[in-house]
Design a protein around this ligand. Structure first.
Ligand code: 3PG
Length: 213
């Protein structure tokens, strides 16, 4: 998977569900529900012990680009890529994580919260950056401010984004996509309520299509 593949998946479906996994057995059907709801990229976080097995299950399910989330070390990059992740997302910028991802031929989406971090990330070869935590940093106003001196960079905004406030992000030309946990409520994932998850995914996909048409 190349950066272009990820960019085009985000053009088709710019909303990325962020999943925290308690039981990796839920991930196959969860990914099917998301994919049938129009989602093209899913972020499975390493926040729980089951995260890595969740990445493996998502990769095995197929039909969706699997991003590993909350990746903070080179070792985790290795583990996630071995598990089948083709994209590595971090909450902040870590040079080792980005370089290791590039060595292994996967896409790194490092987190940034300042122009300085954005410059470091660009220097490391990343042009798709995660603005995190987006809402707390000023939301779309922060994107507007950062994108002026940083043409050629696009953002995956994440942190505090939901079905309502995603709209303003999606309207901004520097926003490649938005990520958030609202489509995969932990209780629905744990309870195996894939109908709810599919409905949330459909609603998000349709909203994005309306905003971006
Ligand atoms: C992330 O890792 O991108 C965030 O935890 C998602 O933020 P949210 O839970 O506020 O949507």
């Amino acid at each position: 998977v190349t950066l272009e593949t990820v960019r085009s998946a985000l053009i088709e479906a710019p909303i990325v569900p962020v999943v925290t996994v308690d039981d990796s057995n839920r991930i196959g059907p969860l990914c099917d529900a998301l994919a049938s709801g129009g989602i093209r990229v899913v972020e499975i976080t390493l926040r729980t012990p089951a995260g890595l097995a969740g990445i493996q299950a998502a990769a095995a399910a197929g039909g969706i680009v699997v991003a590993a989330g909350t990746v903070t070390s080179r070792e985790q990059v290795d583990l996630c890529v071995r598990a089948g992740a083709t994209v590595v997302i971090s909450p902040g910028f870590d040079l080792g994580v980005v370089l290791r991802a590039h060595e292994l031929g996967v896409v790194a989406i490092p987190g940034i919260a300042t122009a300085t971090e954005a410059l470091r990330a660009i220097d490391a070869g990343s042009t798709l950056l995660k603005l995190f935590p987006a809402e707390q940093l000023g939301g779309v106003h922060m994107i507007e401010a950062l994108s002026a001196p940083l043409p050629g960079v696009s953002f995956l905004a994440s942190g505090g984004i939901n079905a309502q406030n995603c709209v303003e992000y999606l309207r901004h030309p520097a926003v490649a996509g938005v990520a958030g946990s609202w489509m995969c409520p932990r209780i629905a994932v744990t309870g195996g309520d894939f109908t709810t998850i599919q409905s949330l995914a459909i609603a998000a996909t349709q909203l994005a299509a309306r905003v971006r048409q």
